[in-house]
Design a binder for this molecule. Sequence first.
Ligand code: SAM
Length: 216
Amino acid sequence: MLQSQRTETIVRQRYAAGATERAEKLCCPVHYDAEYLKVIPQEVIERDYGCGDPSRYLREGEVILDLGSGAGKICFIAAQIVGLKGKVIGIDMTDEMLEVARRNAPIVAERIGFANVEFRKGRIQDLALDLEVLDGQLQNHPITSAASFLAADELAEELRVKHPLVASDSVDVVVSNCVLNLVEPKSKRELFDEILNRNGSYSKKSFASLKKADAV
Ligand SMILES: C[S@@+](CC[C@H](N)C(=O)[O-])C[C@H]1O[C@@H](n2cnc3c(N)ncnc32)[C@H](O)[C@@H]1O
């Protein structure tokens, strides 16, 4: 297995376990505004594996993209700041984390009175590819040979263009809480290109939130 794949597989396995049960070793002490935490279920708060709080960079009405959203805590905080007119998109590659976040989203929505958070499955260094759509297509066309592997690669390319996971220029602020450092160094260039692409420009604002919340 290549080093980059190995890192990603290890990260996925580690956070899959951390979604099922709180993993003390993955937790860092972070202070969040207690007001925002009131509506967030305990299960989500316990699976807080972030290391900073980017919420002070967010404003009402904005569209927020959270890279590596985990159990969803930052998304649920952001949902309350951006309000009904704003929107929050959480991206994560780990099924178990997405399951926790999605199961808790309607509970938070009911408590705050509106639903403005969505969790999507993807890799943050490849924000165009919707892994859930690809999963679905591969069930009908499983990879069983070199030819079907190449066909799957073509399919992924088509999906990136026709049904992007996060469209270019579609978000106001990109945040990430302790996740960019989990991406293999050789994919960092792709990662920052992807971020630039999603929010149109390397705005001071998106940079600030990444820098403060994810510089470790
Ligand atoms: C440090 S936790 C942060 C979770 C959340 N932001 C929080 O504050 O609790 C890392 C999360 O990023 C996800 N992740 C790591 N590398 C990723 C990648 N390359 N693409 C998508 N998700 C990734 C993991 O599955 C995990 O849920």
